[in-house]
Design a protein around this ligand. Structure first.
Ligand SMILES: *Cc1c(COP(=O)(O)O)cnc(C)c1O
Length: 365
């Protein structure tokens, strides 16, 4: 029996973008300006425009983008920041990097993002901000979270690391709160060829402070006004991102089309497909749920189909967070126990989606 070709989870080698990337890298090499140069400035302008924001500030990682956004808003030691127990752990680690304390509120079981009612119940006199995570590319319920933030006078920083070009009730993800954090880690919807991130904001003063904080707190060369860190998006990565940014709308449309194909093809299959609650979803990932997850993944692996778990452990249960007291999050516990992600990236073909769906239907766990 011959095995059909494998369907890997992701595909990171450049395709139609390869030539523009090489031209961009050559441009940076020829210029000989590698940090805080014109390539970064141009990318910041182009990304801000694409994200629907007035300002973008490039930093070294998405984690630094979250931490610096909190710090620039004056959030730090003694402050609590309410966030989601289901995310890349970096969401919470970034809160800790800012010196603040993460407080976890449980999920809306359909949307798999923060449940506004549980956020409201988690507010204390120390709460300074809410950090919603637009998980898998689907924005959190921002209108409800904004109402809570207004009532309690809290800042909102959006973790939009999985939500490039997503919209929430028509508004661009990342522009709804005081600031939005993006990651350009290679697997993200817009990926660099190394680490990179950015913060978007509509507030010019906040953007100016972020530019200081990412650069050692400097105002001018060797003049350090405040305690900053060293986390810049370098010009080489900016050139890669500039080459790819024009392709992002097409890639996003392709992700949405593939997700719609999965939804149709998986009707009646023995998995739970989380519903789409927001048409502005950009499908960074396509998760499904099954109480027989391990057997399901083994079955798909045998058919040559690679799957991954996002995420196997609720953040408050990570040993790294052992010192942080946490409220129970039973929905996050349950989701982490049964969720896994099917392959979804712009280079995936319709035929591959059909093959994955057929294999899912064929599971006899
Ligand atoms: C990737 C990611 C981060 C961290 O971004 P890095 O660039 O890897 O530091 C934070 N939050 C979420 C939801 C992510 O997906």
């Amino acid at each position: 029996m011959t095995m059909p070709p494998a369907i890997p989870f992701m595909h990171l080698t450049p395709g139609s973008d390869a030539e523009a990337i090489r031209a961009g890298i050559d441009r940076v090499i020829a210029r000989g300006w590698f940090i805080l140069g014109p390539e970064l400035t141009a990318f910041e302008e182009e990304f801000a425009a694409a994200a629907g924001a007035a300002h973008a500030v490039g930093v070294g990682t998405g984690t630094d983008a979250i931490a610096l956004a909190l710090r620039a808003l004056g959030i730090g030691p003694g402050d609590e920041v309410i966030t989601s127990p289901l995310s890349a752990a970096y969401s919470a680690l970034a809160i800790m990097m800012a010196g603040a304390t993460p407080v976890f509120a449980d999920l809306d079981v359909d949307r798999l993002t923060l449940d506004p009612a549980r956020v409201d119940a988690a507010v204390t006199p120390r709460t300074a901000a809410i950090l919603p995570v637009h998980l898998y590319g689907q924005p959190a319920d921002m209108p409800a979270l904004e109402a809570i933030a207004r009532r309690h006078n809290l800042a909102i920083v959006e973790d939009a690391c999985q939500a490039h070009l997503a919209t929430c009730a028509g508004r661009p993800a990342g522009t709804i709160g005081a600031a939005g954090a993006f990651s350009f880690y290679p697997t993200k919807n817009l990926g660099a060829m190394g680490d990179a991130g950015a913060i978007v904001t509509g507030d010019a003063a906040l953007a100016a402070r972020l530019k200081r904080l990412r650069n050692g707190g400097q105002t001018d060369r060797y003049h350090h006004l405040e305690f900053g860190v060293n986390t810049r998006l370098d010009d080489m990565q900016a050139a890669v991102l500039r080459a790819r940014l024009p392709l992002l709308p097409g890639w996003t449309a392709r992700r949405r089309a593939l997700a719609a194909r999965y939804r149709a093809a998986l009707a009646g299959a023995p998995v739970i497909v989380p519903p789409e609650r927001e048409p502005g979803h950009v499908y960074h990932l396509f998760p499904v749920r099954s109480p027989r997850r391990a057997a399901f993944q083994a079955h798909l692996r045998a058919a040559g189909i690679e799957t991954l778990i996002h995420y196997p452990v609720p953040i408050p249960r990570q040993p790294a967070l052992a010192g942080v007291p946490a409220l129970p999050c039973p929905i996050a516990d349950e989701v982490c126990g049964d969720i896994f992600s099917l392959p979804l990236h712009p280079a995936l073909t319709d035929a591959e989606v059909d093959r994955v769906a057929e294999a899912v239907h064929a599971f006899r766990g």
